[in-house]
Write a protein that binds this ligand. Structure first.
Ligand code: GLP
Length: 239
């Protein structure tokens, strides 16, 4: 596991964006797994501005989204499909056919097959939930879990409900499983803000612990964790 401790949120976002764009530039046909959430908003904004300033070819790349809510239309303004359309697909004029979305009507096995047919995910971008979830793999998820329907915990619903305004927050999602995520050739997690500090401290002090699914990532040979000072504020490094 590699940890990048950044001096500011901007520096953390820049580190993540640079890793992604360097890889895309050197391997234009790469397969990327993408995450959503507030943490990733500045990553996509910087990705767009960097590519506009220094164009790189992205038309051969392919993207898999990590998860999606169930119970809302995929074109709902708060769906993760709309999120990535607004932040990456439209600003960079990418083709929607370069993206695969967890198929809310077809189920997880179909998605797993698509990932396999694409040759697997080269680089998986990840955030972390306040309770240590990855994707929507909530505490209690098995390390062997595959893409499937999941129930959101009250904590996750509380953290995400503001995206739905006065509308009803979905209580279910389709998420790549922990087993599916661990098959990514490289994993890149970004955590920013004080709300993630407890989960990050737990992640660094525990291994293979179902109560904090992110701990499973530590067994991956190519896992990079990028932290801003707030997310890192509860850890102490004995150097
Ligand atoms: C979301 C997504 C995750 C994300 C995490 C953190 O609900 N399912 O992919 O990494 O929870 O979200 P945020 O960055 O908004 O804190």
């Amino acid at each position: 596991m590699r940890i990048i401790l950044s001096k500011s949120t901007e520096e953390a976002v820049d580190a993540v964006t640079t890793i992604i764009l360097d890889k895309l530039a050197s391997r234009p046909s790469m397969v990327l797994g993408l995450a959503t959430g507030r943490t990733m908003e500045p990553v996509y904004a910087e990705w767009v501005s960097k590519v506009r300033a220094n164009p790189i070819k992205m038309d051969k790349a392919f993207f898999f989204m990590l998860d999606e809510y169930l119970g809302i239309d995929e074109n709902h303004p708060s769906s993760f499909k709309s999120y990535i359309k607004d932040r990456l697909i439209h600003p960079l004029n990418l083709a929607e056919s370069q993206f695969a979305f967890p198929p809310i009507h077809l189920g997880g096995e179909y998605y797993e097959r698509l990932i396999k047919e694409a040759g697997g995910i080269d680089l998986q971008l990840l955030g972390i939930g306040v309770n240590g979830h990855i994707g929507f793999n909530e505490p209690g998820s098995s390390v062997k879990s595959r893409t499937r329907e999941v129930e959101l915990t009250p904590e996750t619903m509380e953290a995400n409900k503001s995206h739905f305004g006065a509308g009803k927050m979905p209580s279910k999602a389709l998420s790549m499983g922990i087993g599916s995520i661990l098959e990514g050739k490289e994993l890149l997690m970004l955590a920013t803000g004080k709300s993630k500090a407890t989960a990050i401290k737990y992640l660094l002090n525990h291994h293979d612990d179902e109560s904090c699914p992110a701990t499973f990532l530590k067994s991956h040979p190519h896992f990079t964790l990028v932290l801003d000072p707030d997310a890192a504020c509860r850890i102490s490094l004995n150097i």
